[in-house]
Design a protein around this ligand. Structure first.
Ligand code: AMP
Ligand code: MG
Length: 490
């Protein structure tokens, strides 16, 4: 299939960013994909977006999701941003390999960005080729959809296509494009771009846009920008607590990869932890473990501090006062985060009430898991059975801790079967296990065999629903000599 004649195709785009933020982007076009083929199309998400799946299936879908056919109501742009990457400020980043087609208002009334990732060079590509390889595209697809199924705010995957061209990394690889859906692609780095240039009016304009789009409750507040900071910090605290509750490691928490909406964005070298160890990191480019599992809350706070700096000029005409107020809010992040984390962890232990000893109970569990090198996901999953059987005498890694937990559960006043049912709904059986992800990507890339990818996608998008024939997806990889490493694979 090369050309599908589609003229005058409209998808219902309504492009507020392009319309109201002139100067925050460059109108742009996708490169032509020589031979686009649809790998996967997320029909259910399409329906949520108010799209007609029949319009987007097969060849027509391939044409649209490769950027070869641009709907007439789209207004494709590359967005500009800056960002701190591994602690160092890059004043000029931006969509170097992505194209925002436009926005759709979904069936629930939420405005969502539709973006092609891997669609070619833009004015912000710097040295890059603007392309994406099939492996990283499928990884983002899998992890984003798994995160969504796990109840974590995240960008979504609407479609993946191969472009029919080879792209060159360490070796030639099949090129691909991911169609990504996000509440928006505005990042901490978007604010940083304008703040760093001293364009305070644009910072204010962006803040006003963000309030309108993501935090509409704020408009009447006497200090809207301070309140905006607080609201964004709150969503970040909640998000990171979710990550911590499932053993997720983002891997590249640069400020340009922190979305203002509170969604997880930019799945590069991310991975889920198997053996519990707070200092776990996977990314080959994160040589010092800056973005390790246990560092994520403080990195979020560090990023929010950079964000706060961009708001100084608009929070208060008196700079010292502005700094004082924002500093206070940045400090509060720790407590906000701890509250969400406690809530998350109580849930994972089946606790609905709050008791003073809960923090110790949770901390001691993690200490035990670390000492025992316990598998994160299966340890939490096993709690459901342990609560049901009341088998404090059974020998598991949790044996030294179990009697305290069972004692604590008895205070809840619920019967064991209720608690078990609840625990099976909060602690997933399936996460995208690293070796399963690698297997799926490897088969797809090297053998053009998509079966492992589709199987894994099915499993991780129903993470709580344990099935007898899926045992292989429950276990961590057998221990290997070299630690698992992920690569940015841009
Ligand atoms: P990331 O590490 O994916 O968050 O990307 C960081 C920056 O590098 C962003 O500005 C990207 O647009 C840009 N970038 C990443 N990969 C490429 C590529 N292959 N071509 C051009 N720009 C890229
Ligand atoms: Mg990024």
């Amino acid at each position: 299939m090369n050309d599908t004649p589609i003229t005058g195709l409209r998808l219902g785009f309504d492009n507020s960013y392009a319309a109201s933020l002139d100067g925050f982007y460059t109108p742009w076009e996708a490169d032509r994909a020589p031979n686009p083929t649809l790998i996967h199309f997320n029909k259910k998400l399409a329906l949520d977006l108010g799209l007609d799946p029949n319009v987007l299936a097969a060849e027509r879908g391939a044409a649209i999701f490769s950027g070869n056919v641009i709907p007439t109501d789209a207004s494709p742009i590359a967005q500009v941003y800056a960002g701190h990457q591994f602690g160092a400020f890059s004043p000029q980043l931006g969509d170097g390999r992505a194209l925002l087609l436009g926005e759709l208002v979904d069936t629930k009334g939420t405005r969502r960005d539709i973006q092609l990732k891997g669609s070619g060079r833009t004015p912000y590509s710097r040295g890059g080729d603007g392309k994406a390889a099939m492996g990283p595209v499928l990884r983002e697809y899998l992890i984003a959809e798994a995160m969504h199924a796990l109840g974590v705010p995240t960008t979504r995957a609407l479609a993946a296509v191969t472009t029919g061209e080879l792209i060159y990394r360490e070796k030639p690889l099949p090129g691909a494009i991911l169609t990504r859906v996000a509440k928006s692609h505005i990042r901490v780095g978007t604010f940083q771009f304008f703040a760093a240039r001293g364009e305070h009016d644009r910072v204010r304009q962006l803040a006003d846009y963000v309030i309108q789009r993501h935090y509409p409750g704020i408009t009447t507040n006497p200090e809207p920008y301070l309140e905006l900071f607080r609201a964004i910090a709150d969503r970040q605290a909640k998000l990171i607590a979710k990550w911590m509750g499932i053993g997720f490691i983002h891997g590249v928490m640069n400020t340009d990869n922190m979305a203002i909406s509170g969604e997880t964005i930019d799945y590069g070298p991310c991975a889920f932890m198997d053996t519990f160890a707070p200092n776990t990191f996977f990314s080959s480019i994160d040589s010092h473990g800056r973005y390790a599992y246990g560092a994520q809350p403080s990195i979020a706070q560090w990023n929010l501090t950079r964000f706060a700096e961009t708001l100084i000029s608009i929070v208060d005409g008196d700079q010292d006062k502005a700094v004082g107020k924002l500093t206070e809010e940045v400090k509060n992040f720790r407590t906000t985060y701890m509250d969400y984390w406690l809530q998350e962890m109580r849930g994972k232990l089946g606790l609905q009430t709050e008791q003073s000893g809960d923090l110790d109970l949770i901390t001691d569990l993690f200490q035990l898991m670390a000492d025992q090198k316990a598998d994160f996901t299966s340890t939490f999953r096993s709690l459901a059975n342990l609560a049901a059987d009341n088998t404090a005498d059974e020998n598991t890694v949790l044996t030294p801790w179990l009697p305290r937990w069972l004692q604590r559960l008895s205070v809840e006043g619920r019967n064991p079967s209720e608690i078990t049912k609840y625990l099976l709904e909060v602690n997933p059986a399936y996460i995208p296990r690293n070796h399963k992800v690698e297997e799926a990507l490897e088969k797809a890339t090297n053998e053009n065999d998509l079966v492992p990818f589709f199987n894994l996608l099915d499993v991780v998008t129903e993470p709580y629903n344990e099935k007898p024939n899926l045992k292989a997806y429950l276990e961590p990889a057998p221990p290997e000599t070299a630690p698992y490493r992920t690569f940015c694979g841009t």
